[in-house]
Design a protein around this ligand. Sequence first.
Ligand code: ARG
Ligand code: ZN
Length: 529
Amino acid sequence: MNPEKKFLIGALGVMIAAGCLCGSGMLLAAGLILGRNTDSPVSGTIPTSAGLPSSTGANKAVSTQLPADPPQSMATPTATPSVDPAFVGSEGIGDPYFPNMGNGGYDVASYELDIRVDMEVEEISAVATISARALQALGRFNLDFKQFDILSLRVNGEEGVFSQAEDELVLTPARMIPANSEFTVEIAYRGRPGGGKEYGGIEFLEGWNFYPGGVIVAGEPTGAETWFPSNNHPADKAAFTFRITVPEPYVAAANGVLQESGQNGDRTRTFVWKMEDPMATYLATIAVGDFDLLEGTSRNGRPFRNFVHAGIRDEMDPGVDALPEAMDFFSEIFGPYPFATCGIVLHPIDLPFALENQTLIVMGYTFAYGIVVVHETSHQWFGDSVSLASWKDIWLNEGFASYAEGLWWEREGGASALKEDLSRRYRFLANLPEREVNLLGDPGPDHLFDPEVYYRGALTLHALRLNVGDEAFFRILQTYFRSFRHGNATTEEFIDLAEEISHRDLSDFFKEWLYEYPLPDLPELDLYS
Ligand code: ARG
Ligand code: ZN
């Protein structure tokens, strides 16, 4: 991102802070902050199986205990056995933007993450148990994972051989996994999770980050690999259980519903959270801090729970109150809220950042404006429940959440408030230097969170509404949500559905908005006010 663009985004953030209704452009300002612990990945291979805690043979029940006294480093490497390429799962799931993200050959059903957090030395030690189904016979397969010390690794209870290269962990099970069978991988690991990444030339909060007094985790788009091994792509959604042990008096929150919590007698506490609905890996999150838990129920009976750091409770922005209102409002216009609960973690950091983690939105406390809360809440429908199948379709997340902001303004202030919001977005885009414009339907991996994606995405939906009329438009949104709820959707599928419901050929319409550069006219907007 060049300085000019950075300034524009910063300026938008300031306008929002001053009370303007600019919408989510300032979310981008998040990227300017908190780039830390960027441990450069160690390349090379550490093939090993020797020195692991002793193997107990096949079909052993998988334990979730942390290794009592794990070895500090791995011993004598063992040569990686050769495997017939026909039985090797691919190292990517086929995303054109992130060729190494996700993996081929299997589908994950659940992750169980047992994580002990050391807040002093800023390390974690963990056991990840992954239950998956083989989509082909597998003599070798990959998980996406940063370089941690692997303390033990078992597939179906038997010690496996592994190597680590860049962001990939390559596993060779002791026995071939038959096609269509279910299998379990159990990996014990330890180390310092790394956050921070460069997108478009600026540091960007991504991955697991310790800050003084807390932990904030933001996985979008690829940061899950900084803290647990996974099939790291939204195309493979799975259930999650988190068992998080933290020193007292810290509280650990995660996605979903709290199952149990208790003291361990060693000045630590363990919190068990469960997310039963399918979730993309980038939406998995943990928050550690000295939080108060604030629970409530929306007007229409939807439970929510927020975590607010004790030290900032009095300074808390009333914007947080928009959460239950937005859960009810979007339930009426998109379809019933898809999860058991929702909530916000307000981290005590001055960070213009928010991320729509499934049921657990995270934010810097200085960024908890009502409209940002509304944006993130709407992502629970579009982005979280209906997930991307490919990152190039990011407008299906950000364009929808930005238009949801407009719908919120419309509810508050009628058609003129919506028009004002969209006109601002239109003017911003119309003034962008030509060289900075990206295609909405294919923005490129370094521009996933650029203003075009948010603003032009919102304008595209509004143009669609003008084209097909209100009745068909809202039926399109509702049918899209109902059809792909807890699954994945593509731009093509959205277009097909819009054509089917409106009985119109929308191919030229979407081509102009998504796959051509010039900004189409939107004559009803007051562009020069
Ligand atoms: N999806 C977020 C939002 O618009 C932006 C997140 C950017 N990702 C990140 N890891 N900083 O609400
Ligand atoms: Zn968003």
